[in-house]
Design a protein around this ligand. Sequence first.
Ligand code: HOZ
Length: 428
Amino acid sequence: MTRNTELFERASNIIPGGVNSPVRAFRSVGGTPAFIERAQGPYIWDADNTRYIDYIGSWGPAILGHAHPEVVKAVQEAAANGLSFGAPTEAEIELAELISQRVPSMEKVRLVSSGTEATMSAIRLARGATGRDKIVKFEGCYHGHADSLLVKAGSGMLTFGNPTSAGVPAEFIQHTMVLDYNDLNAVEQAFKQAGDDIACVIIEPAAGNMNLVRPAEGFLEGLRELCTQYGALLIFDEVMTGFRVGPRSMQGLCGVTPDLTTLAKVIGGGMPVGAFGGQAGVMDHVAPLGSVYQAGTLSGNPVAVAAGLATLRLTAQPGFYDDLAAATARLTLGLSERAKAAGVTLATDALGGMFGLYFRETVPTSFAEVAASNTEQFNQFFHGMLAQGVHLAPSAFEAGFVSAAHDNTAIDATLQAAETVLTTMGQS
Ligand code: HOZ
């Protein structure tokens, strides 16, 4: 029995499914998850000392690669000064200022500890600030696991074919309207019917929780116009895309300005940090200035903030995002070429340091198209790559992540592994 198998059995006796977040359990792809012992740069090592090139990157945060020395040093220094105070610190101001400089629509910022907290708080704020109850979300977009957002929510639930969670009373989601991603006409109709009741539209401006799905041309612009016209707030959930797809996040790339933005992942550099922010006039509804309550013992935790600050500062180096995007594109183009040569149908897409692999003819534009991809082939590819020492996300419905540490050596080794796996798939 391998050490991974031993650990998984032991974990399964005490932790539901043996994991602390469902997709990690390998249920949709089958097999035993790798229990990670250490990581460095683009590599992770499991409990059996097998090394993998990692394309999960902690599901986004590891944009510099694992255990970057400057981030580790910042964490060590902060930890030596105390782990948590439950009181404000200067570093929190620095992180909020840095976020606001790079994402100017976030005039004011509140730090929290996770993406779920950020989106849950942003929704409450939108409702409190507008005095309206209804929210619009899109099928396949995941905005954390708060009750009113767990409807047709992609990611883990999509992986397990159960798009809406049990345990959420129907009354809790009666105000959640779910529309198709990239269907502006549907949004227009929703506003025509219920415009005065809609507090906000929340969207992943490039979706990363139903694999990677880009916004169609004019879609985000259309949402902006409709929200402005009807007095609803536009929330960009940039938990995944924030500082991942470009220096100013997805809103910097698309040029559409939301009213509120949620962030997490990269802004914590691997430690638990989330944030929500936006127009000062809206943010001032948050307690203690306003009546929208939100709080957290570990919000702005000094060790986590130190990791986030060090990470964000390093991503500000000239050419950082160009290099990251070039490495990601090199990976996806290389995969496409090898799939074509092997006779395997595979579409790929890359956006900054994020990528999508779709076992179908074309890059999908909606949840329905993603759902129609060949998951059996994905599973075959996933396990083939794992056996070759490349760790992709264990689900056909998650985006992949490249880091600044994925150098030519790592990408070439990945492409060589893919050639072997795709050739075998093409022959079967
Ligand atoms: N489904 C989550 C990412 N989209 C997984 C997070 C985790 O397992 O850490």
